[in-house]
Design a protein around this ligand. Structure first.
Ligand code: KG4
Ligand code: ZN
Length: 341
């Protein structure tokens, strides 16, 4: 008898995702997004997100089963994001997961959203080498981790952002530049025809101090970009958005990849894994490739569809937990909106 099919459910922000994984293999998945409903507000509205999850959850689980050619009775375990994330949104996914686990008589596993982002890469590239350095860059987090064993929580934090996350910086600056939500992909598109050397944006904490060599800070960069935009508006000049976008993207990609490669060197690690929504950024990907190649480091980045929030990545952690013999969660497990990793 092999390991069970694990259903993963993700609902921490504006994506409702379901995925089915067995033995490190993705069998099927489905995703719904309420992104369009938030666009006119310029950011995710928690109440709208929670309501959208209520509508999307059952169709998304059915969609993942159909994608895999499986029936509900084939599910052997349920994994669900318990945090971090928006509390109302998390509640919907957890309630659905509990109901399913109870009805099917299968174990339930609570999953940390960031562990999900890390595990996403295993669905494409196989088990993570021990050790590896992981750069998590999303809308809410920017962290460098030394990962030994994800399923057994053998993870060391090397550095985190001291203020804004990299994705937050993309999103907020995009708004100031008049680009649509979500800002990251919009900056990426606008930057294609821009000159990254056109604006000398700062490279915050490039080296860092003794205690925070691997810490990040993006609020100064966000302010510099806002000032640059304001100076054009005040002088009545049109904003060269493509140049601003290219320069901002270059500054973020430069700091992220420089620190990630330095962390590998410091810890004698040969593999860097870059995950999270910002790992979808074209400049982050190419600069990481260049710098890893120059340093003799193997770079792993999940395919675009697995970089942003999805259910498959939560199923991937559930599958690792099941195979590691981890204890399931009790049926009265709660969400933890600000869960530390
Ligand atoms: O991981 P994710 O889907 O959700 C969170 O857990 O936060 O990340 C979303 C973030 C947003 O800030 C979004 O703007 C950013 O990832 N993002 C990008 C790109 N695609 C998504 N940032 C830069 N370039 C992109 N191509
Ligand atoms: Zn995420």
């Amino acid at each position: 008898m092999g390991s069970p099919v694990v259903l993963g459910i993700e609902s921490s922000c504006d994506e409702t995702g379901a995925g089915l994984v067995r033995d490190g293999r993705l069998l099927g998945h489905a995703l719904a997004s309420s992104m369009d409903e938030h666009a006119r507000f310029g950011g995710v509205v928690p109440e709208i997100a929670a309501r959208a999850h209520v509508h999307a959850l059952t169709p998304v689980v059915r969609g993942a089963l159909a994608d895999a050619g499986l029936r509900a009775a084939d599910i052997g375990a349920v994994a669900v994001t318990t945090g971090p994330g928006l509390s109302g949104a998390l509640q919907v996914g957890l309630a659905g997961a509990k109901g399913l686990a109870y009805a099917l008589g299968v174990p339930l596993y609570g999953v940390h959203h960031l562990a999900g982002h890390v595990a996403a890469d295993t669905l494409e590239h196989g088990p993570l080498p021990d050790p590896c350095v992981v750069l998590i860059v999303s809308g809410g987090h920017t962290s460098l981790l030394l990962v030994r064993d994800l399923a057994r929580d053998r993870i060391v934090h090397l550095g985190d952002t001291l203020d804004d996350a990299a994705g937050e910086c993309f999103d907020k600056v995009a708004r100031v530049f008049g680009l649509p939500y979500p800002g990251g992909p919009a900056i990426d598109r606008a930057a294609r025809v821009g000159d990254p050397r056109a604006v000398p944006f700062p490279r915050p904490l490039t080296t860092g101090g003794p205690g925070n060599r691997f810490a990040f800070s993006f609020s100064g960069l966000k302010t510099a970009a806002a000032r640059w935009a304001e100076s054009h508006h005040a002088a009545g000049r049109a904003l060269p958005v493509a140049d601003g976008a290219a320069a901002l993207q270059e500054a973020i990609a430069d700091v992220l990849t420089r620190k990630a490669v330095a962390a590998c060197a410091e810890h004698g690690v040969r593999t860097l894994v870059v995950v999270g929504g910002v790992a979808a950024n074209s400049r982050v990907r190419t600069l990481a490739e260049e710098r890893c190649a120059a340093a003799g480091i193997t770079l792993r980045v999940p395919p675009l569809r697995l970089c942003t929030d999805n259910g498959a990545m939560i199923a991937a952690v559930g599958d690792l937990l099941v195979r590691a013999g981890a204890a399931p969660a009790p049926l009265d497990v709660s969400i933890d909106p600000s869960a530390p990793l």
